[in-house]
Write a protein that binds this ligand. Structure first.
Ligand code: SF4
Length: 356
């Protein structure tokens, strides 16, 4: 429950929607008067502003579209981000499905604990929050890697190896009180039992526009109108969600004129991040997006701007070149190198914005 109503998370299996599912979702959002979706950094969709009275009807609609898990526990366990650039025959889809089927057999993991199935031709999810990663090494072999480790274990049976690493995390006290992340666990000196010998490949950055195998379509602040989802579903057989405020349309190389999409990597709005801010989030000290959009045109080439409604930094957990954080007395400005650590901001200049 947020200030503006329930937030409904939709986690499509393998991060993909068929054209029919996407059309159905767009219709559902229109009927409920919500009209838009947020693309999350975990490659999920969210609907905001859902009234309690709408909840049941929305769940029925999601069930009819095949987008509702049997129970909340299964949905919670299925915390998997899949590379959107997988190709038929590369095994990624089958691995993601097998992992999703096996995860309910594990003891409960921390709520945020997740997996990245990044086994396409080259890794792309290196910057995406995940605790256990399945990648390929330079020779194309499957590599299981704990987040925070520079190297991983080459495997032939990937799913058992992923589960083994998750079990080790739990058994080595990585999640006291069901809280904890793999990176912090490794930083505290814990070492996974399997020898980490094969270095991970560097992840390639994703940029909007035409790319190998299809088109990556970005959205300012990750907000996608229901009309836009329906229009994309009319030109693509499948829509793959990504963690980059964009969707990937396999097999598509042109789009009809469509307002609100980002197809040019030089578009400054691709480099501007802002959370939902006030008045939608109870923790927010100020509105964020109007300010972020107003500043976008002043960004130096290649620089990123992050405007955050509070120090939590939901919209962009990684550092940005410019970061504005709302607090009780206005926005604190830093150059992003210190991330969002409030202690590191104390000596930075403070900009106070008036009500305008
Ligand atoms: S960063 Fe703060 S204000 Fe923004 S959405 Fe997250 S909790 Fe809310």
């Amino acid at each position: 429950m947020a200030e503006d109503g329930l937030i409904l998370r939709i986690r499509p299996p393998e991060g993909r929607l068929s054209s029919a599912q996407a059309q159905g979702l767009a219709a559902l959002a229109r009927v409920q008067g919500l009209g838009r979706f947020s693309l999350t950094t975990r490659a999920n969709l969210q609907m905001r502003g859902v009234a309690l009275a709408q909840h049941e009807a929305l769940l029925d609609g999601l069930h009819a579209l095949g987008l509702l898990d049997a129970d909340a526990g299964r949905e919670q366990a299925r915390n998997i981000v899949v590379t959107p650039f997988w190709r038929r025959g590369d095994g990624t889809l089958a691995l993601a499905q097998a992992l999703a089927a096996a995860l309910p057999n594990l003891p409960p993991l921390p709520e945020k604990f997740g997996f990245a199935v990044d086994s396409g031709a080259r890794p792309v999810l290196g910057d995406v929050s995940a605790d256990i990663r399945l990648e390929r090494d330079a020779a194309g072999r499957l590599l299981v890697r704990a987040d925070g480790a520079a190297a991983g274990e080459v495997v032939t049976e990937a799913v058992p190896a992923l589960l083994r690493l998750a079990r080790w995390f739990l058994e080595s006290d990585g999640a006291p009180g069901r809280r904890g992340r793999m990176r912090r666990h490794l930083a505290a000196g814990h070492v996974p039992p399997e020898a980490d010998t094969v270095p991970a490949e560097a992840a390639a950055p994703a940029v909007p526009g035409r790319c190998e195998g299809g088109m990556l379509v970005g959205f300012a602040f990750g907000e996608m109108e229901a009309e836009c989802l329906a229009a994309l579903a009319a030109v693509a057989q499948e829509i793959r969600l990504t963690p980059w405020r964009a969707v990937f349309l396999p097999g598509v190389d042109t789009l009809p004129e469509m307002p609100g999409v980002i197809l040019n990597p030089d578009d400054p709005m691709w480099r501007v991040y802002a959370c939902t801010g006030a008045p939608h989030c109870a923790q927010a000290f100020a509105p964020t997006r109007h300010l972020a959009a107003a500043l976008a045109g002043y960004l130096p080439a290649g620089a990123r701007l992050h405007v955050s409604g509070c120090g939590k930094g939901c919209a962009h957990p990684a550092p940005a070149e410019f970061t504005l954080i709302a607090g009780e007395s206005g926005f604190t400005f830093n150059d992003g190198r210190a991330g969002l650590d409030p202690a590191a901001l104390c000596s930075c200049p403070v900009l106070i914005f008036g009500s305008e």
